[in-house]
Design a protein around this ligand. Structure first.
Ligand SMILES: N[C@@H](CCC(=O)N[C@@H](CS)C(=O)NCC(=O)O)C(=O)O
Length: 223
């Protein structure tokens, strides 16, 4: 299938955008990326984005939104697949991708928590979510040897912790050694490395400092 003209409307910190970029890079798909400021959304973006969210994929003149839809479309128009062929296994991968989105909500709770107590509660919540994965994780990539879409999702989740690790020790992965190994493996994957711009960590630190939360006030003040 000929690849149409693709433009990914993006934001520098958005983990959902990174899911689409990882798919584009894994499948070596030519595309353009346009970054927008989500705190000051351009009019042209408002006019084409039903939910006002990134990522948005322009396919010639058509618009796709929702990262899962975008990733699966990109996967389907290129040879090979980043999803298992077996329907049950594919459904399971989709379930764990949803779980990854839920972990992103806990990460937002972690950096927005107003008090020490609520912050510690979010640390426990995150640790217990990763423990769910630890219990069934076999090692290597999520499905063993082959990299799949679900790996891309968790690569973007673990990236937050690479920056959090420069702030303090939160013991999120203390009881999940297999997840920690998975994290290290994903860190070395080039599609995951190049899914963000080089200044990602600085941008995230600036964003975190602006939260006016326990993390930003108590821990980031002297950084
Ligand atoms: N379910 C959506 C979530 C996308 C999303 O939440 N994007 C955020 C940035 S990471 C956004 O555009 N927020 C802008 C807003 O809500 O105003 C997906 O998977 O694409």
């Amino acid at each position: 299938m000929a690849i149409p003209k693709l433009e990914l409307v993006s934001h520098h910190l958005c983990p959902y955008v990174q899911r689409a970029v990882i798919t584009l890079l894994e499948k070596d798909i030519p595309h353009e990326r346009t970054y927008i400021d989500l705190s000051n959304k351009p009019d042209w973006f408002r006019q084409i984005s039903p939910l006002g969210k990134v990522p948005l994929l322009k396919v010639n003149e058509e618009i796709l939104f929702e990262s899962a839809v975008i990733c699966e479309y990109l996967d389907e128009i290129t040879p090979g697949s980043l999803h298992p062929a077996d329907p049950l296994q594919k459904a399971k991968h989709r379930s764990w991708i949803e779980f990854g989105s839920n972990i992103l909500n806990s990460i937002a709770g972690f950096y927005n928590a107003p008090t020490k107590e609520s912050f510690e509660q979010k640390c426990e919540e995150l640790a217990s979510k990763f423990f769910w994965i630890e219990q069934s994780f076999k090692g290597g990539y999520f499905a063993g040897e082959a990299f799949s879409l679900v790996d891309g999702v968790y690569g973007t989740i673990f990236r937050y912790f690479d920056v959090f690790d420069t702030i303090g020790e939160f013991s999120i992965f203390a009881n999940t050694p297999k997840v920690e190994d998975w994290r290290q493996l994903l860190q070395s994957r080039s599609s995951i490395q190049y899914a963000v711009t080089e200044d990602y960590a600085q941008r995230l630190l600036i964003f975190l400092k602006q939260r006016n939360s326990y993390l930003s006030i108590a821990l980031l003040d002297d950084l």
